[in-house]
Each structure stands twice: as structure tokens, then as C-alpha cells.
Design a binder for this molecule. Structure first.
Ligand code: HEM
Length: 253
């Protein structure tokens, strides 16, 4: 009798201990989740999300440039690349989904940060900021919306086949669409300005990314500037060269 009473008390003690441990780990888990969510909402958390999404978009630009350089290899190569993407819908939509999510995060975090900056800005701060910030940094807020407008124009032009230029649109013929479009000076100009805007945006975005991810150190300022500047230059030069080469009949004839 005494024995079974002891066993029952032991069971109760174990159950109580189990309950406390479970509760504690749940509280810890909930605290960790709450801490993570509050980090995401904090200014530094938003900057980290902006840096990561920006890096993904930069990766897309590099991949896109490499793809577009296939134009110089002739219609077979670039159209083969285009159809490869189109005829593997799973891969295409996985890549597109990553890009779309990155664009949404990038724009959302940028908007929240700008609104917070405006709300916190004391009178007279704007003048001071203009003197100390670089040109790319000052124009960041303005280059973003123009960049978005350029991307919409570009998608309407090449992806959705809308008649935003006088050139004829040929379904599934990337080579013909590029070769036809860049016969028009104003279309070339739009792309030169649009991709230069991409460069301006990347120039400041690249520096900010290193800062937001805590990778900036005075000793590495020079190398970081060189890497960001060099990558931007290569990207812009490639995207500017293609329309100009078509326009001046170096290729695509
Ligand atoms: C000279 C410069 C550029 C040329 C000639 C070019 C050309 C093209 C072409 C032909 C397509 C359609 C591909 C297809 O349907 O298979 C395309 C899609 C696209 N381009 Fe560009 N592009 C240029 C620059 C850019 C830049 C600078 C950006 C970004 C800032 C960009 C973003 C996109 C996006 C998001 C798509 C849609 C990709 C998809 O359908 O999943 N492009 N581009």
C-alpha cells in the first residue's frame, strides 16, 4: 500500500517536472520567435533583409547579363537559352518566384526605412545629409522608383510582347526581338539610361549591403569599393554595349 503511494507521488513529481520543462522550452521557443520577429521589424533587421534581397537581385542581373551576351553567339545560341528556360516551367517558375519575393521584400523594406527616416528626421537634417552623402546615396530613393518603371517597360517590351516600341515582336525569338528593337535610337537611349540607373543603384546598394551585414571595416574600405565599383562597371558596360552594338550594326545584321 505504502509502496504504491510512493510510486504515485513519484509519477506526479515526474509529470510536474515534465510540465515545467515543456513550459520552459515553449516559453524559450516563443521568446526566440518573438525576438526574431522583433529583429525583422527593427531598423537593422530591415536593412539586413534589404541587403539579402538586393544581393539576390544582383545575382539575377549577373545571370541575365551572361544570358544576353549569348546574343553575340548568334540566334541559335540565345534562342536555345530562351527556350530552355521556357520549356522547363518548374525551374523557370522557381527562379521567377525567388526574384518576385526578393523584389517585394526589397521594395517593402526600402519603403518602411524611408518612412521611418522621414518620421525621425529633425528640422534642417536634409541639408546636412546632402553634403556628406555620396551622389549615389542621395539619389537612391529616387533611382528606385525610376528603376521599377524601367523594369516594367522592359518586361512589357521583351517578356509580355506589348507594342511599347515600333519594332515587330516575334514570339519565342529573343534574337529577332533584340535585333529589331535596337534599330531605334530612342529605344537604345532608354536602355542606356535604364541600365545606368541600375548601376547607380547598385553602387550605393553594394556599399550599404556590406555595412548592413556588419562586414564593413575601415581597413577593407578600399577593397570593398573596388569590388562593388568593378562589379557595377562590368554589369553596366555589358548591358550598355549590347544595344549600342546592335544600333551601330556591329552585330545582329
Ligand atoms: C541591354 C539590356 C537588356 C536586354 C537586351 C535584356 C533583354 C531581355 C529579354 C530578351 C528578355 C526576355 C527573355 C525571354 O523571354 O526569354 C528579358 C527578360 C527580363 N529582363 Fe532583361 N534585358 C536587359 C537588361 C535588364 C536589366 C538591367 C534588368 C533588371 C534590372 C532586366 C530584367 C529582366 C527581367 C526581370 C526579365 C524577365 C525574366 C523572366 O521572364 O523570368 N533586364 N530581358
Amino acid at each position: 500500500m505504502r509502496e504504491s503511494g510512493r510510486a504515485a507521488r513519484r509519477k506526479t513529481r515526474l509529470a510536474a517536472r515534465y510540465f515545467v520543462v515543456t513550459l520552459r522550452s515553449r516559453v524559450l521557443r516563443e521568446n526566440a520567435m518573438a525576438a526574431f520577429l522583433s529583429f525583422l521589424r527593427s531598423t537593422i533587421g530591415l536593412k539586413v533583409q534589404m541587403a539579402v534581397s538586393g544581393f539576390i537581385l544582383f545575382g539575377f542581373c549577373v545571370e541575365h547579363l551572361v544570358g544576353m551576351m549569348l546574343f553575340f553567339k548568334g540566334p541559335g545560341t540565345i534562342n536555345g537559352y530562351g527556350s530552355l528556360l521556357r520549356y522547363s516551367p518548374a525551374a523557370l517558375w522557381t527562379a521567377r518566384s525567388v526574384i518576385i519575393v526578393a523584389v517585394i521584400f526589397h521594395i517593402w523594406t526600402a519603403t518602411v526605412l524611408v518612412l521611418r527616416q522621414w518620421a525621425a528626421r529633425p528640422v534642417g537634417y536634409r541639408k546636412k545629409e546632402s553634403r556628406t552623402f555620396s551622389y549615389a546615396a542621395r539619389t537612391m530613393k529616387y533611382s528606385g522608383p525610376f528603376l521599377l518603371a524601367f523594369v516594367f517597360f522592359h518586361l512589357a517590351h521583351f517578356s509580355w510582347g506589348m507594342h511599347v516600341t515600333p519594332a515587330e515582336y516575334v514570339e519565342d525569338d529573343v534574337y529577332a526581338n533584340i535585333a529589331n528593337s535596337f534599330q531605334y535610337g530612342w529605344v537604345v537611349l532608354v536602355y542606356v539610361l535604364g541600365t545606368s540607373l541600375v548601376g547607380l543603384h547598385l553602387l550605393h546598394g553594394g556599399h550599404s549591403m556590406f555595412e548592413s551585414l556588419g562586414l564593413r571595416h575601415p581597413r577593407f574600405d578600399g577593397p570593398i569599393r573596388a569590388v562593388v565599383g568593378g562589379a557595377t562597371l562590368v554589369l553596366v558596360a555589358g548591358f550598355v554595349f549590347l544595344p549600342c552594338a546592335v544600333f551601330f550594326k556591329l552585330v545582329g545584321g
